[in-house]
Design a protein around this ligand. Sequence first.
Ligand SMILES: NC(=O)c1ccc[n+]([C@@H]2O[C@H](COP(=O)([O-])OP(=O)(O)OC[C@H]3O[C@@H](n4cnc5c(N)ncnc54)[C@H](OP(=O)(O)O)[C@@H]3O)[C@@H](O)[C@H]2O)c1
Length: 292
Amino acid sequence: MEKKKILLPDGSYLPKIGQGTWQMGEDDTAYSREIDGLRHGLEIGMNLIDTAEMYADGKAENIAGRAIEKFDRKDIYLLSKVYPQNANRHHIYSSLERTLKLLGTEYLDMYLLHWREDADLAEVAYCMEDLKDQGKIKRWGVSNFDVTDMEDLWKVPDGNQCCVNEVLYNLGARGIEYDLLQWQRERDVPFIAYGPVGQAGAMTTQDGVSKAALMTDKNVIEVAKKHDISVVQLLLSFVLRLEDMAAIPKAVGFDHIEENAAAAEVTLSEEDLEQLSRSFPSPTEKVTMEKY
Ligand SMILES: NC(=O)c1ccc[n+]([C@@H]2O[C@H](COP(=O)([O-])OP(=O)(O)OC[C@H]3O[C@@H](n4cnc5c(N)ncnc54)[C@H](OP(=O)(O)O)[C@@H]3O)[C@@H](O)[C@H]2O)c1
């Protein structure tokens, strides 16, 4: 397996590191900076862009569309997500058309169900496969699915055509290591980590848990110093250490973007991982899936 790519169940490759777009498009004065940031990331090889119809009600998709204009479409990996309430035959076709229009593209490389809620999984799989047949998406997956959700998906026709699950994963949110990681590995379904750097300490989950300690923890700081990298780079390299885990850090500052690209080159040792686990251990019992 190539270090910077992940093999998907359909035989294609997913880039290991990409760029998030959540919270882009929310402030009109940041519009140009956000486009420039994504472009810079694309120029230095972070060619997966993660967006969603939800983000700033399409404005993030519009920003991503502007960012990719000058690039060859086939060099870019575009992922967007559909709301659960739109993931059915009455709404998904118009949702996707809007997404494609905002992105200025004919197709998505990956289309995800953003979260489960009360989406009918058989209907989701049917629609996703239909969109694949129409050539509008290359492949599809889910997001925020825990083991029981994946089990339910696997029970519906074509549910097992799901290529990826995008979940919250970082050093301070290791719940998937207890069971979901193994479940998906047994079926060769890789992950995309959202919130991979814990929003540089600003993250608070839906349950109100702050991840601020990630930035100030003694062991995290020590391991980062040992590798002569920033704490955020250390957090990202922790996520990317798993060969079936892609990550989509969101950054606007060029310095942040360059740091993130460089973090993909860092290799942590077993000793480093043990030290980090002293502060942020892998779970020894089931943890309710963290989200935000
Ligand atoms: N599927 C889902 O339900 C779901 C949920 C949430 C997010 N997502 C996706 O995952 C992406 C990433 O998650 P996220 O944006 O919430 O969190 P994140 O990537 O963990 O953190 C983003 C924050 O970290 C800062 N940052 C990034 N790189 C940095 C660096 N090298 N040094 C210092 N600070 C740095 C950014 O600052 P600047 O922007 O100022 O550079 C930004 O404030 C989202 O953008 C979105 O595309 C998906």
